[in-house]
Write a protein of this length. Structure first.
Ligand code: ADP
Ligand code: MG
Length: 534
């Protein structure tokens, strides 16, 4: 068990949080969430003891083994993959080392013999004999093939190193595991492996993640860092999200009522305090007024945008025909003779290892590229809005957000285009910012505002969730779920695919299609079954 008492941390004049009292118990998985810079990584460092708090303390039982997912990928470059993982279990690693050193001695004394026997016993108790096969299995589960296990870490690619470090953190079943954004850079299969591992795990897990699906699958609790406080909620991410929204709404409603009441009282006092016959009542109302307080609504660092797409007209029967299309770019065959027909109500998620092939298909569908062979035909009733993966071309001009939006609107009034910017949280003077200075996430929000304005009945979205925070992804998710037209999209966000798509098209490494009318979870389950059967 981890007990956090009266914990506070201040960097210079920046107070990250204070007076935090929490307990973390074995068997639970705590998902740590919060806006960028809220202090998630810092909180984990306080727990692991890497940094000291400004006030209060963290206590962890004696004999408790804690492991931390290492962030420095280059730290183990001179060790083999197997040894790197083995180091995750420090007592076992030390024991093995000492044992080997004794056996390597030339003059082996009686004392050495006794010590070696002791170490042998300890080694067996710590599971030393099974360690190698256990490690091998973990690595394979994470997609690191046996051929790489004896290699030096320095020889691996960045994405592979991340997986080995994850295996290191989990190896030997520590009592407490701290994982800071483990799902970044992991492919879907590895994320599924990690989910399975954590679901079976008996220790305490504290994990920072931005992936809503992952948080919903593995977390028993949510730890929210916001308002300069850290609060613990029972339940998974969706449950936290819904209940925290409700709490905020209740508080706002209550405040509104209180404000109305205050106005009434003030009005009464103003009118009647000079009036003798009513002056007693006015005085008592004054007292009441003094007691009424507006609950301090803490300033959240989170902001919730609103996304919604309204088609101007309904699509007819013929929507899209893709017939025997091929495309080669820079000598690489990305699409090889692919065909599909889009039906009414189809919401298609495109998946596959090769993101360039998916982007090429989107560019073809948006008629920005021509196929080398074959034909793409859109129905006459369709109108399309396209969200490209790379939006740099849209943000070259040195103009402000209002003028930028105006380019895409028939109605040129500022008040009109500002509505669409406002929904994506560009308000006040923000709208006069130059588009050239926008951050990645802000540009994505502009592009989504532009799509909302379009009135299109077919949406083409190539990686719309990159750079977006969880609140914006959730808003986009709601907007797409509610959209009555057709959607063709690709994203890394599992939940978005699962809740929006009713058809999955995978583009294989060979540039061909696997086309299934089912949900993403059904598709993943089917693929795992097929793999198990082979
Ligand atoms: N050593 C430090 N000195 C001063 N400020 C720091 C230090 N480490 C982190 N910060 C600041 O503390 C805040 C929280 O950082 P961090 O915990 O990394 O946030 P996140 O929630 O994104 O993981 C950020 O504003 C960061 O700039
Ligand atoms: Mg962080």
């Amino acid at each position: 068990m981890i007990t956090v008492s009266n914990l506070g941390l201040t960097y210079g004049s920046q107070k990250l949080f204070d007076r935090v009292d929490l307990q973390f118990v074995a068997g639970n998985c705590y998902g740590i969430i919060g806006a960028n810079g809220a202090g998630k990584s810092t909180f984990l460092k306080l727990i692991s003891g890497e940094i000291e708090s400004t006030s209060g303390h963290v206590s962890i039982g004696a004999d408790v083994r804690m492991s931390v997912l290492k962030q420095d990928q280059e730290m183990f470059n001179d060790y083999s993959v197997l040894e790197t993982v083995l180091m995750g279990n420090a007592p076992l690693y030390q024991c093995g080392k000492e044992k080997d050193a004794i056996y390597e001695k030339e003059d082996f004394s009686d004392e050495d013999g006794l010590r070696a026997a002791e170490l042998e016993e300890q080694f067996a108790e710590l599971g030393g004999w099974e360690a190698e096969s256990e490690i091998s299995q973990m690595l394979q589960g994470l997609g690191i093939p046996i051929a790489l296990h004896e290699k030096q870490m320095g020889e691996l690619e960045g994405r592979q190193k991340v997986k080995v470090l994850l295996a290191q953190a989990l190896f030997g079943r520590p009592d407490i595991v701290l994982l800071d954004e483990p799902t970044n850079n992991l492919d879907i299969d590895s994320v599924v492996w990690l989910e399975d591992f954590l679901l079976d795990y008996e220790g305490t897990v504290l994990v920072v993640a931005h992936d809503r699906y992952f948080l919903n699958t593995v977390c028993t609790h949510i730890v929210d860092i916001d308002f300069g406080k850290i609060k613990l909620y029972v339940g998974n991410y969706d449950f936290w999200h819904d209940s925290s929204q409700l709490m905020q709404k209740l508080m706002r409603d209550q405040n509104r009522k209180t404000e109305d009441k205050i106005q009434d009282l003030q009005e009464f006092i103003r009118r009647f305090s000079a009036n003798k016959s009513k002056s007693r009542q006015a005085t008592s109302r004054k007292k009441l007024l003094e007691k009424l307080t507006i609950e301090e609504m803490p300033a959240s660092s989170r902001r919730y945008p609103w996304v919604g797409f309204k088609p101007e007209r309904e699509v007819g029967k013929d929507i899209l025909f893709v017939t025997e299309v091929s495309k080669t770019i820079d000598g690489v065959k990305l699409l090889d003779n692919i065909s599909f027909i889009l039906g009414k109500g189809d919401k298609v998620a495109f998946i596959g290892e090769n993101e360039n092939a998916i982007s090429a298909l989107f560019q073809l569908l948006a008629e920005e590229l021509e196929p080398d062979a074959g034909e793409i035909k859109w129905g006459v009733t369709t109108s399309r809005a396209y969200f490209p993966r790379d939006n740099a071309a849209f943000f070259q001009d040195d103009i402000n957000l209002v003028d930028w939006m105006r380019q895409f609107s028939e109605d040129k009034r500022e008040s009109f285009v500002r509505q669409f910017l406002g929904r994506m949280l560009f308000a006040g003077d923000d709208v006069y910012k130059k588009v050239t200075v926008l951050s990645g996430g802000e540009k994505v929000r502009c592009m989504l505002s532009r799509m909302m304005l379009s009135g299109a009945n077919v949406l083409l979205l190539d990686q719309p969730t990159n750079h977006l925070d969880m609140e914006s992804i959730a808003a986009l998710n709601n907007g797409l779920e509610a959209f009555p037209g057709n959607i063709l999209f690709t994203t890394h966000d599992h939940q978005l695919i699962q809740t929006v798509a009713n058809r999955i098209i995978e583009i294989t490494a060979e540039g061909q299609l696997i086309d299934r009318k089912m949900t993403y979870d059904e598709y993943v389950a089917q693929r795992r079954q097929n793999e198990a059967a082979n």
